[in-house]
Design a protein around this ligand. Structure first.
Ligand code: UD1
Ligand code: UDP
Length: 375
């Protein structure tokens, strides 16, 4: 096949779905196995109608260097045996960096989807991953003009950069459930009232690996629920493991009775449907910062920094875990129906829904400024 798409995590599956559909049999999907639970990977392949991937082995669950080393070695074997014309990677995960390094090592043209995002927070592994991938990439697909400007400021040649929009826009439009389906979903999750509950996710190391931050997130969410706005918290496996390791399970005892619904990770349409009808989303996710702008919902971002400042202002606000989280959430909830209707009228800053088409064309056609390292 002409194009190898290398990925390993839940958000990458979501964001390459439309692109893989457009490339059809030209694309070869390689899954590093970074995410390996059925509810983080297999169920998304089925729900999104993705082709059965070629899986690498022994990557998931390892520390970062181990993931990179195991994936790089296996990718190199595949690229040596059958070199693709191009390798596509999306975002800033360890899987994406391994794909980028493997392409570079074999002199294969590298296309980076979601290029030019910068949090400038060097404590985040993702910041290092995306800077390194952008150094290696031959074609840099920047979602926004601000992403292009960040790349130019770092000295990346303009000919290597294309502003494409973010593929998440078309993913949301395609998979968001209808009003009737959303009503059934809300009924299934404890009868959540339309526009009257909070949907929350937490998985960043800055919130999960620091027990104080994790305790503060859970405490604030429980207090919000107890004061009358139900909170649905689908828990990422990393977070589940850290809650147990830090001995914080007691914080969740009897949580359902307070209206804090702690649940397994949701499917994609489930998540979008429940985000669409929430009064507020609270999250440290990257993709969710983009999705709320398409769904027109307010978001409290529990992070020190963001690589997606385009969402700040109308849609999103940055807070650190602790009382600032509860205060920001209460302020957004107080904006009520009018606040929600206002957001629904605003366009997403992340694209027009044609990013996948632009990227598919770039993946097929040799780029003007093509440059790859010698094998
Ligand atoms: C990774 C990405 C992050 C992305 C997130 C999406 C990197 C550096 N991080 O973070 O950018 O936002 O995916 O969700 O690439 N685990 C399981 N089952 C799984 C997957 C993970 O139990 O299917 C647990 C394991 O204990 C594992 C831990 O979560 O060690 C961390 O997984 P890892 O893939 O390294 O990082 P994420 O936190 O998922
Ligand atoms: N998501 C999902 N189920 C969930 C939580 C999130 O389908 O229970 C989706 C969400 O809609 C978004 C993606 O997963 O498309 C974001 O993944 P995550 O937050 O794990 O990673 P990030 O975007 O932060 O890298």
């Amino acid at each position: 096949p002409a194009v190898a798409v290398v990925l390993g995590t839940r958000p990458e599956l979501v964001k390459v779905t439309e692109l893989l559909r457009l490339l059809g049999p030209e694309a070869h999907l390689i899954h590093t196995g970074q995410h390996y639970d059925e509810q983080m990977s297999g169920r998304f392949l089925g729900e999104l109608g993705l082709p059965e991937p070629d899986y690498l082995h022994g990557v998931g669950g390892k520390p970062r260097a181990g993931q990179l080393a195991a994936a790089l070695e296996q990718l190199d074997e595949r690229f040596a045996a059958a070199p693709p014309a191009a390798v596509l990677v999306q975002g800033d995960t360890n899987a994406a960096l391994a794909g980028a390094l493997a392409a570079n090592a074999r002199g294969i043209r590298l296309v980076h989807i979601e290029a030019g995002l910068r949090s400038h927070d060097r404590a985040m592994p993702e910041e290092h991953n995306r800077v390194l991938i952008d150094r290696l990439a031959d074609v840099l697909c920047a979602p926004t003009e601000a992403n292009r400007a960040a790349l130019l400021a770092e000295g990346v040649a303009d000919e290597r950069i294309e502003v494409t929009g973010n593929t998440v826009v078309e993913a949301v439009r395609q998979y968001v459930p209808s009003a009737a389906e959303r009503a059934a979903l809300r009924a299934r999750f404890g009868g959540l009232p339309a526009d009257g509950y909070i949907l929350a996710t937490v998985h960043r190391p800055e919130n999960t690996d620091d027990p104080d931050a994790l305790r503060a997130c859970l405490t604030e969410l429980r207090a919000l629920a107890a004061s009358g706005t139900p909170v649905l918290l689908p828990v990422h496996p990393r977070t589940r493991a850290r809650i147990a390791a830090a001995g914080l399970d007691p914080l969740l005892d009897g949580a359902d009775g307070d209206g804090l619904l702690v649940r397994e990770p949701l499917g994609y349409a489930e998540f979008l449907g429940l985000a669409r009808d929430a009064a507020l989303v609270v999250s440290d996710s990257g993709g969710v910062q983009e999705e709320v702008t398409v769904l027109g919902r307010p978001l409290v971002v529990v992070r020190r920094s963001t690589e997606r400042p385009e969402a700040l202002g109308d849609f999103a606000e940055l807070v650190t875990p602790g009382p600032a989280l509860g205060a920001a959430a209460r302020r957004r909830l107080a904006e009520g129906e009018l606040g929600l209707r206002r957001l629904a009228l605003l366009p997403s800053p992340f694209g027009d829904g044609l990013a996948s088409e632009r990227i598919a064309a770039l993946a097929r056609a040799p780029h003007a400024a093509e440059f790859t390292a010698a094998a």
